[in-house]
Design a protein around this ligand. Structure first.
Ligand code: MG
Length: 384
């Protein structure tokens, strides 16, 4: 690995794992985190979870898995350029969406609504729950037993109530301090990835058009450069050429602007980074504004497109229906979830614990599993 900057996360200064483990041999602590994430069941499920388009709508659209890989690619480039810890950035990126429900944001909103009386459902917190306890694979500890730094990066947002219950990893949401630079950059790499691949997928699906996008500065600028240099390019290649230039444009801006911020901050350690009153990884104000405009455009024209909204309605129904059945009769759940719900006396434990177990089951489903499970519960002709 390249020389790390003093304000990067360093393996030897890690705040450690929840269950102490011997040092890994021949690989670093964050490398081990990354490897455990890739070998997890939740990671494989990402292949069949929606980003924007439901998995069965087409083979070429992004899924949570390809999205997470794109986030990791962008995050690693930024980390390397800024001499930050590439393995940590990769681990956080690959794990950041592990807690996502089936059907993307509408699924998460639906489950959150169901869970309102029981403390709500936050997908960032669920990602942490996956790596902390739901993955049961290792003999010596629950979950993946990741380092504090990976867990801190996975927990991108958190309500104050939940933060209080989390202890050390929730503390920064209470005292307003910052996470590591690697966590900060993954947050923005996520945004770069989805803004750009949603443009690509939206065009491919025909829900948005090049003409509409020309009004958006980030796209229009690159469109004009590509059209001038390659006037005869096929549309497919033209779109890819524009999107790759858009990514490059914002990534370079992010690296250069962050370099300035880091220099001006005078930070010389990860503790200085944490104490800083603002994030030090950031887009320039101009690119921040451009990215916001693109986001608004995508919200209005893609995420709220009537065809996307129809699928969202279906997914709300699927998730709400399942939640209601499982809550009304927990013995319709697969046996291992019933066991998790039972208290020591063989009866169901309290309602909150029951609801959380149901939410874990639903959140872990892939799109197609959820569709099938809904049919098994509600379609009389289906096998149960
Ligand atoms: Mg994401």
């Amino acid at each position: 690995m390249l020389q790390l900057a003093p304000y990067a996360a360093h393996d030897e200064d890690s705040r450690g794992r929840r269950v102490a483990e011997p040092q890994p041999s021949r690989r670093g602590e964050f490398q081990r985190d990354r490897d455990r994430i890739i070998h997890s069941t939740a990671f494989r499920r990402l292949e069949y979870k929606t980003q924007v388009f439901v998995n069965h709508e087409g083979d070429l659209f992004r899924t949570r898995l390809t999205h997470s890989i794109e986030v990791a690619q962008i995050a690693r480039s930024i980390a390397r350029a800024l001499q930050l810890h590439e393995d940590l950035a990769e681990a956080i990126s690959l794990a950041h969406d592990l807690g996502h429900t089936p059907f993307g944001h509408s699924g998460q909103d639906a489950l959150n609504a169901c869970m309102k009386p029981f403390g709500g459902f936050e997908h960032n917190l669920q990602s942490l729950r996956v790596v902390d306890s739901l993955e049961e694979k290792y003999a010596d500890f629950p979950g993946l037993n990741l380092t504090f730094e990976s867990r801190e990066g996975i927990l991108k947002h958190c309500s104050r109530t939940n933060a209080r219950a989390l202890g050390d990893v929730g503390q920064r949401f209470l005292d307003g301090t910052q996470p590591s630079l690697e966590a900060q950059l993954c947050n923005l790499a996520d945004e770069i990835a989805y803004n750009n691949h949603d443009v690509d997928d939206g065009l491919r699906y025909g829900l948005i058009t090049i003409d509409e996008l020309l009004e958006i500065e980030l796209f229009g600028e690159q469109y004009r450069a590509v059209a001038a240099a390659y006037p005869a390019l096929s549309q497919r290649r033209q779109i890819h050429e524009i999107v790759r230039r858009m990514i490059n444009h914002v990534v370079v801006d992010l690296i250069e602007y962050s370099e300035t911020r880091l220099r001006e901050s005078g930070a010389t350690s990860i503790d200085d980074v944490r104490r800083s009153d603002q994030t030090l990884i950031a887009f320039s104000p101009q690119v921040r504004e451009q990215a916001l405009t693109l986001k608004r455009f995508l919200r209005e024209n893609l995420y709220n497109h009537y065809r996307v909204r129809r699928m969202s309605r279906k997914s709300v129904k699927i998730i709400t229906d399942m939640f209601e059945v499982f809550m009304a009769d927990y013995r319709t759940l697969p046996p291992q979830y019933q066991d998790a719900i039972r208290d020591g006396n063989g009866g169901p434990a309290d309602a909150e614990h029951k609801a959380r177990t149901v939410a874990d089951y639903i959140a872990g489903m892939t799109d197609r599993y959820a569709i099938r499970e809904h049919a098994r519960l509600f379609a009389p002709q289906e096998q149960t």
